[in-house]
Design a protein around this ligand. Structure first.
Ligand code: KG4
Ligand code: ZN
Length: 348
């Protein structure tokens, strides 16, 4: 069976055709995965402008879907279902994909599967690597999310912890902005950090021990927090006499990156130990980070636990991961009705 995936939750319009392989260990293969990035549009404003994002999705969606079908060698009659990101994300952006998918499913007489964006990020690990040993602890880390999930059985995602304030990618983007490095911040800080001294300045590591009043169901000690770190960088830049030199910017980037990565990796492996995970994974836009990937691998080898990441093209937002998560749900017997709505705060 072939499934069409559609993703429009933030600033990429994406469509993909994913095929079921029939191989239980490697259940899906990608026929096509087309991503129209809006980064050049939002860069001018220093971040994603929601209204511009939804308007651009409307312009791009038909062409992106047609291209995904053509690249995948598929026509509407060849498809078995349509999967779409239902949430969370920017509501105007989500609405474009959801409306398109509903109309397409109705017109082509196909089942519709609403998918949670983070289920897509988690399934990107399986799309890339095949089924991973379970239980697994997966860190989903992007511009909008920093959360740990326990995957006990295929398609089951239990939230273990989340960020109390900024997402890690958001912290990268804010720190890049205050260093005058432009948007998005992750890739540029990652690149500059390679040349900097990661102990050059003193930045705080936040370790939370108390329960989050807004999420009493979670224990809280596996939670993340990045706003204090961002403020510390801001204070450092403000206290500096005159503008920072390129060398000093590289030092700040390197130190910031060391602290963020240590925070993420420590919490991930704490959770892995607590839940006796058989593997760990990192997915989402920040999983593209070179230091995060290197430290994940090193720590995994030291702890003798297999580690997984998606390839770079599957780490940032894309529709292939949504198609994969959609297939997982569809095969578990789930289909959405045509009256589903976009949900900016959809729970997983
Ligand atoms: O998953 P994604 O494409 O979109 C969201 O769902 O948010 O993630 C985008 C985020 C941005 O904040 C970007 O700065 C960050 O991922 N990012 C990185 C790197 N590449 C992208 N952060 C750190 N290092 C990178 N190499
Ligand atoms: Zn994402």
């Amino acid at each position: 069976m072939l499934i069409l995936g559609i993703e429009t939750s933030c600033d990429e319009t994406s469509a993909a055709v994913v095929e079921e392989t029939g191989d239980a260990a490697r259940p899906w293969s990608i026929r096509s995965n087309v991503v129209a990035s809006q980064v050049p549009i939002h860069r001018e404003w220093g971040g994603v402008v929601p209204e511009l994002a939804s308007r651009q999705h409307i312009r791009d969606i038909c062409g992106v879907v047609e291209r995904a079908l053509a690249d995948g060698g598929a026509d509407w009659v060849d498809l078995g279902a349509v999967a779409v990101t239902q949430g969370p994300g920017l509501v105007g952006s989500l609405l474009v994909g959801v409306s398109f998918a509903k109309a397409a499913a109705a017109a082509a007489g196909l089942p519709l599967v609403g998918v949670h964006h983070l289920a897509g990020h988690i399934e990107s690990l399986i799309l890339e690597n095949g089924e991973i040993p379970l239980p697994a602890v997966v860190l989903v880390v992007s511009g909008g999310h920093t959360s740990l999930y326990l995957v006990g059985r295929p398609g089951e995602y239990e939230l273990l912890s989340h960020t109390r304030d900024d997402a890690a990618g958001e912290a990268y983007d804010k720190v890049a902005k205050l260093l005058g490095l432009g948007y998005p911040g992750g890739p540029v800080i990652d690149r500059l950090a390679a040349a900097g001294n990661d102990r050059a300045i003193s930045l705080p590591t936040t370790r939370l021990t108390h329960t989050d009043r807004n999420a009493p169901a979670l224990k809280g000690d596996l939670d993340f927090s990045f706003s204090g770190l961002k403020t510390a960088v801001l204070r450092h830049v403000r206290a500096h006499v005159g503008p920072l030199t390129d060398r000093e910017i590289a030092d700040v980037a390197a130190t910031f990156q060391r602290v963020v990565v240590a925070n993420l990796i420590d919490r991930l492996f704490d959770a892995a130990r607590r839940y006796q995970a058989q593997s760990v994974g990192i997915a989402g836009g920040v999983s593209a980070n070179s230091r995060l990937r290197a430290e994940l691998k090193a720590r995994g080898e030291r702890r003798e636990i297999p580690t997984f990441v998606p390839s770079l093209r599957l780490s940032t937002d894309n529709a292939a991961m949504i198609a994969a998560a959609g297939l997982r749900k569809f095969r578990a017997g789930f289909a959405s009705t045509l009256d589903i709505n976009a949900d900016a705060a959809l729970a997983l």
